[in-house]
Design a protein around this ligand. Structure first.
Ligand SMILES: [Zn+2]
Ligand SMILES: [Zn+2]
Ligand SMILES: [Zn+2]
Length: 259
């Protein structure tokens, strides 16, 4: 078992539409169980020395930051450039101000950084918008990265036809948005304490693991504990948890883990 290096807060555990979905009257979307209310998927890592790292900037980032007290972001790790993972990037303006105007380094693969440059082109224009622009610095991830003395290992995973990035820190791994693990990535996931993995619903999906697929990965990797994330409205929290094997649970917004 690994010693604690910090903690992770689930800022969001939902699929791209969020739960409840707009205009849906299903039991999960109408549930009064707070754990059935899922904002878009993101986690927040806080290391023991105070360094804080955000994984993805969802369209719900502002709400998530207010709800869970995110007041400092030293770096952002992007998994990929789908809208549910990047569209809150403009909200980092507040962290820029709180952190003395310093730009925040955003890590990702080439495709993600190219897309961020295009989608948020206004942030890279050399015009003077005063405090109106997010100050970010894009940094291509070519391999493991060191932040606050912690090694962060990018873990390529299949998300439909393309490879995106999961991340591992010590005994903790976060694999959102995936439906396959490439041969070369299995060794990067050896000896895990805690695995977080995509499991969008029970029915098969073209770009996400369903619950059965995620359980297959969990069985092979055999972490001490595992949490499912990127969850749609098909999975009621309490009832689904009762059906999952020991050591496996659905994540929920606000869940905090020591890592
Ligand atoms: Zn629904
Ligand atoms: Zn995606
Ligand atoms: Zn997604």
């Amino acid at each position: 078992m690994s010693t604690s290096a910090g903690r992770v807060t689930f800022l969001g555990s939902g699929t791209s539409h969020g739960v409840p979905m707009i205009g849906c009257r299903c039991p999960v979307c109408q549930s009064t169980d707070e754990r059935d209310h899922r904002t878009r998927p993101s986690i927040y890592l806080q290391f023991d020395d105070g360094t804080s790292v955000l994984v993805d900037t969802t369209p719900d980032l502002r709400t998530q930051a207010l709800r869970y007290g995110v007041e400092r972001v030293d770096a952002i790790l992007f998994t990929h450039c789908h809208a549910d993972h990047v569209m809150g990037l403009d909200d980092v303006r507040r962290f820029n101000v709180l952190q003395g105007g310093r730009p925040i380094t955003c890590y990702g693969d080439d495709q993600t950084l190219d897309n961020l440059r295009r989608i948020f082109s206004y942030a890279f224009e050399a015009t003077d918008h005063g405090g109106g622009l997010p100050r970010i610095q894009l940094q291509r991830l070519a391999g493991p990265l060191s932040i606050a003395g912690q090694t962060i290992v990018p873990v390529p995973v299949w998300h439909g036809p393309r490879l995106i990035l999961g991340y591992r820190v010590g005994g903790f791994a976060y694999l959102t948005d995936c439906n396959g693990i490439p041969d070369d990535s299995w060794p990067l996931l050896d000896q895990l304490d805690t695995l977080v993995i995509d499991a969008v619903r029970h029915r098969p999906h073209g770009t996400h693991f369903n619950v059965a697929g995620a359980l297959g990965v969990i069985e092979r990797l055999a972490p001490r504990r595992a949490y499912l994330t990127h969850i749609c409205h098909d999975l009621p929290h309490a009832a689904t948890n009762r059906q999952l094997p020991a050591g496996v649970e659905l994540a929920y917004d606000g869940l905090v883990l020591e890592i």
